[in-house]
Design a protein around this ligand. Structure first.
Ligand code: DX5
Ligand code: ZN
Length: 216
C-alpha cells in the first residue's frame, strides 16, 4: 500500500478555516487529522464537535480524529455524529480499552489506539488484532511544532514486527515532528500514515509540501 498523508489541522489557520480545508481538498493528502484536546489529558485545549462538523460538510476525505481526552468512551457516538471516520483513543486514557475499541467499531468507525512516547508497544500484544490502526506519538501530545523523538523509529519497527507476527492488518500512523528529514526512515520502518502539522501548514506551499511527502 502506498502511504497516506494526514495533515494535522492543529496547525491550520482557524480564522480562515475554509481556505485551509480547500487547500487540503485539492492536495494529494487522503486524510484530515483532527486533534481533540481537553486540557486534562494534555495541557492544551483545541476544538470540538462544531469544527469537526464544519470540516465534514466541506470534504469527502477521511476524517482521522485523534482524541487526547480523558474518558473518551463517553463521547464515541458524538464523534460519529460529528463525522469521524477513524476514532483514535489513547491507551493511557482507557481503563477498559477492549470495550472502548468494540464500541467505536459498533458505531461504524475504524478504531485506533495511540501510544504516548513512554508506553511500550508490547502493551498492545493482546489487542492488536482488534485494531484498525495504532498511532505512535513521536512527540509528547498536546502541541504542534515539537521536535521528533528519535526512539520512535524503534517503536515503529517493534510494532511492525508485532503486527506481522499476529498476522493482523493494523495500520501504523506516526504523529509529531514529521518532516522531510525523518519521513523516509519512518516509511522504511513500516509506517503507513504520516501525520504532519507545522511542516505542512507553515510551509510556503502546503499543496507542494504534501506532494513531496507523498512522493517519498
Ligand atoms: C500533537 C498532535 C499532533 C500535532 C502534530 O499532540 O497530536 O497531531 O498537531 O503537529 P506537528 O507535525 O507540528 O508536530
Ligand atoms: Zn494528532
Amino acid at each position: 500500500m502506498k502511504h497516506i498523508i494526514s495533515p494535522s489541522f492543529l496547525s491550520a489557520n482557524f480564522g480562515e478555516l475554509n481556505k485551509d480545508i480547500e487547500l487540503i481538498n485539492k492536495s494529494k493528502a487522503e486524510w484530515f487529522h483532527l486533534d481533540i484536546m481537553d486540557g486534562v489529558f494534555v495541557p492544551n485545549i483545541s476544538f470540538g464537535m462544531p469544527i469537526i462538523k464544519q470540516i465534514r460538510n466541506k470534504t469527502s476525505k477521511i476524517l482521522d480524529v485523534h482524541l487526547m481526552i480523558v474518558e473518551p468512551q463517553r463521547y464515541i457516538k458524538e464523534f460519529k455524529d460529528a463525522g469521524a471516520d477513524i476514532l483514535t483513543v489513547h491507551y493511557e486514557a482507557c481503563n477498559h480499552l477492549h470495550r472502548t475499541v468494540q464500541t467505536i467499531k459498533s458505531e461504524g468507525m475504524k478504531a485506533g489506539v495511540a501510544l504516548n512516547p513512554h508506553s511500550a508497544v508490547s502493551l498492545l500484544e493482546h489487542i492488536i488484532s482488534e485494531l484498525d490502526m495504532v498511532l505512535i506519538m513521536s512527540v509528547n501530545p498536546g502541541f504542534g511544532g515539537q521536535s521528533f523523538i528519535e526512539e520512535s523509529y524503534n517503536k515503529v519497527k517493534e510494532l511492525k514486527a508485532l503486527i506481522t507476527r499476529k498476522q493482523s492488518n493494523t495500520l501504523i500512523e506516526v504523529d509529531g515532528g514529521v518532516n522531510n528529514t525523518n519521513a523516509k526512515q519512518l516509511l522504511d520502518a513500516g509506517v503507513d500514515i504520516l501525520v504532519s502539522g507545522n511542516y505542512i501548514f507553515k510551509s510556503n506551499n502546503p499543496v507542494e509540501t504534501i506532494a513531496q511527502l507523498q512522493s517519498i
